[in-house]
Design a protein around this ligand. Sequence first.
Ligand code: NIG
Ligand code: FE
Length: 398
Amino acid sequence: MLLIRDLAQVASPAGRAAPLRGAALGEVDVVEDAYVVCDGDTIRAVGRMRDLAPVDGDVVEIDGRGLCAIPGLVDCHTHAAFAGDRVEEFSLRAAGTSYEELHARGGGILSTVRATRAAGENGLRDAVERHRDRMLRHGTTTFEAKSGYGLDRDTELASLRAIGNAGGVPTWLGAHAVPPEFADADAYLDFALAEVLPEAAAVAEAADVFLERGAFDATQARRYLEACRAAGLVLRLHGDQFTEQGAITLAVELGARSVDHLEATGEDGVRTLAASDVTAVVLPASALFLGRPMPPARALVDAGAAVALATDFNPGSAFCESLPLCCSLAATQLKLSPAESLAACTVNAAHVVGRPGLGRLAPGFRADVVLLDAPDWRYLAYHLGGDIVRRAIVGGVP
Ligand code: NIG
Ligand code: FE
């Protein structure tokens, strides 16, 4: 048993439903002067200190004075399986070269593909573990990560294994870019679907595609996703990052779990997503890092869409492991309340990765708890780039 006592506040998305939409996204239960009791890897009770009943058995206690507890954060969109860096390109971009120009010149994603292929299985395993540990320091207790920097059979499968072995939720981003050894996207997809999908489907939980000019078009994305769905994978899309190419209608038609990015989404897209079961995953750190317009998150929430918030952690478009920073950006750039941000990177993100037992501090949920070094849980968004995560408890283990 683990007792976290004398907490300034415990904050958790209200209710039991997932994903949350509309007004429900902004409802957070806050208990002041509170405790959390965990029994093994499960939360047993949450309440006010004055109502705390004696906890029997072997009890480890954590002193929560001056701290706030929130659910462990869930990062539902990262590209943590990469080696090397893109600091050189970052400097070029600072001097004015665009991300799409670098990509068209064979840099961008393909430069990380070269480094990732060269890393080997052990190098990749070390990289994913290092990235996971950094995410954890920012309060991420569950992470999804995509392959997509291998684009050959061995490196894609090694990426998925490294993610799974590090405790992450693996997504096969087999359609991220066309590697140089193939003449075009169709030839690459012939290979990927015949040679990689059968084994990828045994390791990954979802499939993802970069549907964008210069990457894969809607016809190619449909082909890839239909094959992945037939192999039992959940479907996700990188859509509307730079241009609208039909990602939202395709996502709705194929019953995808999410469409992610949405910086270029217009009013029709907002309406279509709001009327669907597809979750909109917004990635404000990526928009900020590339100097792109922010996604229409406020309009999506107001229209009734299910919205989740993630880092997009990767070396090229979002070198950022911090969900608290994304919550700050969500407040200042996307006009989401701290409560909406909290739900978006806990319970709604848990829905995106198919983990309904995560994302709330309530009896029966998994004992993933983040202790914020703050007198009010809203410092999660308020403290811009602050060092606010004091401690994380993962599956009941501090
Ligand atoms: O989500 N847009 C496509 N993929 C990634 C970036 C990958 C990279 O630049 O290495 C993204 O932004
Ligand atoms: Fe991404």
